[in-house]
Design a protein around this ligand. Structure first.
Ligand code: VL7
Length: 134
């Protein structure tokens, strides 16, 4: 049985989100608001089809994809940069590569115990977040 990320997940801790946002060029005022947010993720996984809705009091973001199928991602409401994005499995990790203006951009999700991990990368910056089931 493959790992199932489906469910509703609440952020419990976040390390270096500031560095990640700086690497994306997010302005000071937006960073100040964004770093206080406690986003919730609703993930739906059906076979190799995924949707991830990230909701917060300030901005929200929705993405859907199929494993191995590249798509145009607009990052609307975030940094607005367009990327060619593809998500693949690396064993039980969900690995996203976002090819565009920013080097080394992407994210990885995995589950450890009852916690959902998210590592966000951009250039030299790595942000690690932990979510728990709502
Ligand atoms: C997306 C934010 C900073 C703008 C607001 C912050 C709003 C809530 O990529 C992400 O999730 C993946 C994996 O689960 C699926 O899309 C995280 C948040 C990155 C970057 C930009 C700051 C303003 C946060 C949407």
């Amino acid at each position: 049985m493959p790992v199932d990320f489906s469910g509703t997940w609440n952020l419990v801790c976040s390390d270096n989100f500031e560095g990640y946002m700086l690497a994306l060029g997010i302005d000071f005022a937006t960073r100040k608001i964004a770093k206080r947010l406690k986003p919730q993720k609703v993930i739906e996984q059906e076979g190799d089809s995924f949707s991830i809705q990230t909701t917060s009091a300030f901005r929200s973001y929705f993405v859907q994809f199929k494993i191995g199928e590249a798509f145009e991602e607009d990052n609307k409401g975030l940094d607005h940069r367009k990327c060619k994005t593809v998500v693949t499995w690396d064993n039980d990790k969900l690995v996203c590569v976002q090819t565009g203006d920013k080097k080394n951009r992407g994210w990885t999700h995995w589950i450890e115990g009852d916690q959902l991990y998210l590592e966000l990368c951009c250039e030299e910056q790595v942000c690690t977040q932990i979510y728990k089931r709502a």
